[in-house]
Ligand binder design. Structure first.
Ligand SMILES: [Zn+2]
Length: 390
């Protein structure tokens, strides 16, 4: 059932570099500009924004935004210090450290905090209505540049179970684990629950300029439904340890969910088994290493999974266009919440259809409010994959 990960499938990769400062700054700037355009224009009140020419207004708005971010990060650090202090106090007495903890005790529900969408959804499948779930990554937000806010740190401090992936994008978690006493809580690093492979650079993929020492494992473990099963089982164990009274309920839910994952896995296998081709092409980043390994798919993409790059070189785009033309690939993929320009460009040049293969990093606000699940997204992936392998 579960394809073994052989030494041959573990190929060396170039470690992607979050520390590539000019690019990081560039993408931060893009995010800030994007935020600026998404939000209401600056108010025409006492600050006099409305009287400035547009470019100057934008520059001023961005500068204020940057200052606010700086202030927020300083507040985070100060808060962390305060929490450490209150953590010590809490262990000295039985009194809750703050009002939030009193409320938690009052409603009696297990409090689970997850970093990303996929573990949040797996925890939801395990606990049903018997836990209060928090996803730290805001819906629609970019996951790789996420940094916790002060209230996120409080949520972690006040939860019963803290679930994170444990990859490079979550280095901030290590800082929290070093500074906040979570010894009374269940803390679960999901990368410990599956077999890991390194992110790889395939032909035509753009590498980051800066290489870091050492090797990093690909953190997108949840893209394989088989891994999703291991992750859910690990979550179930942590939840039962925190709330033994409801252990049977959590076990039942987990068994039911694992059956659905097994069905999903069988669907993917049958699609690939009867497919005309085994190659998928992305005009985007590629966070599907575990998925591709699981189902024996070959892939081409502009960037590796966690790349901070968004604009590919002409040579990269040309390589992907040639690949699509040569192999008559019918679909050019992009991932969710991403810039679709490159996929569209390749689609226009080749006649391939641009389609979304959802990597379940995050969902839109509407999807979040609507309670969209990993199984929903993966079911959509079944259809798009079938089309891509025709
Ligand atoms: Zn990622």
């Amino acid at each position: 059932m579960i394809a073994p990960i052989t030494a041959a499938s573990i190929r060396p990769r170039q470690r992607h570099s979050i520390a590539n400062m000019p690019r990081l700054k560039n993408s931060l700037r893009n995010i800030i500009i994007l935020e600026g355009t998404l939000k209401d224009p600056p108010r025409k009140t006492h600050d006099g924004f409305s009287e400035l020419p547009r470019i100057e207004r934008d520059a001023r708005f961005i500068a204020q935004h940057l200052i606010m971010k700086k202030i927020l990060s300083i507040i985070s650090i100060l808060l962390l210090v305060c929490i450490m202090g209150s953590g010590c106090n809490a262990s000295d007495s039985e009194q809750p450290a703050n009002g939030a903890e009193s409320d938690a005790a009052a409603d009696g529900k297990l409090k689970i905090v997850s970093t990303l969408y996929a573990p949040y959804d797996f925890a939801r499948a395990v606990t049903g209505d018997r836990a209060e779930l928090t996803m730290l990554l805001p819906p629609a937000a970019e996951s790789h540049s996420f940094e916790p806010t002060p209230s996120d740190i409080i949520a972690i401090q006040n939860c019963d179970v803290f679930i994170y992936i444990g990859g490079e994008s979550e280095e901030w978690v290590e800082r929290i684990l070093e500074s906040v006493d979570l010894s009374s809580k269940q803390v679960l690093s999901l990368m410990d629950s599956v077999s890991l492979v390194e992110e790889e650079i395939v032909e035509g993929m753009e590498e980051e300029d800066e290489e870091e020492e050492g090797e990093a494992y690909d953190e997108h473990i949840w893209t394989s439904p088989i891994n999703a099963g291991y992750m859910t089982t690990a979550i179930c164990d942590a939840v039962k340890a925190a709330d033994p009274a409801n252990a049977e309920f959590y076990d039942q839910n987990t068994r039911a969910y694992l059956e659905k994952l097994t069905e999903l896995d069988a669907h993917f296998r049958s699609i690939v088994a009867s497919a005309a081709r085994k190659t998928i092409v992305f005009g985007d980043r590629f966070p599907f290493r575990y998925f591709a390994d699981e189902y024996g798919l070959d892939y081409y993409a502009a960037f590796p999974g966690c790349s901070t790059e968004t604009e590919a070189s002409a040579a990269t785009v040309a390589f992907l266009i040639d690949k699509v033309n040569d192999e008559k690939i019918p679909v050019i993929f992009h991932i969710e919440l991403a810039n679709e320009d490159m996929a569209n460009t390749i689609a226009e040049a080749t006649g391939a259809k641009p389609l979304l293969l959802h990597s379940c990093h995050n969902i839109t606000r509407d999807e979040f409010v609507g309670g969209v699940t990993y199984l929903d997204l993966m079911s959509r992936n079944l259809d798009t994959l079938r089309e891509a392998l025709m």
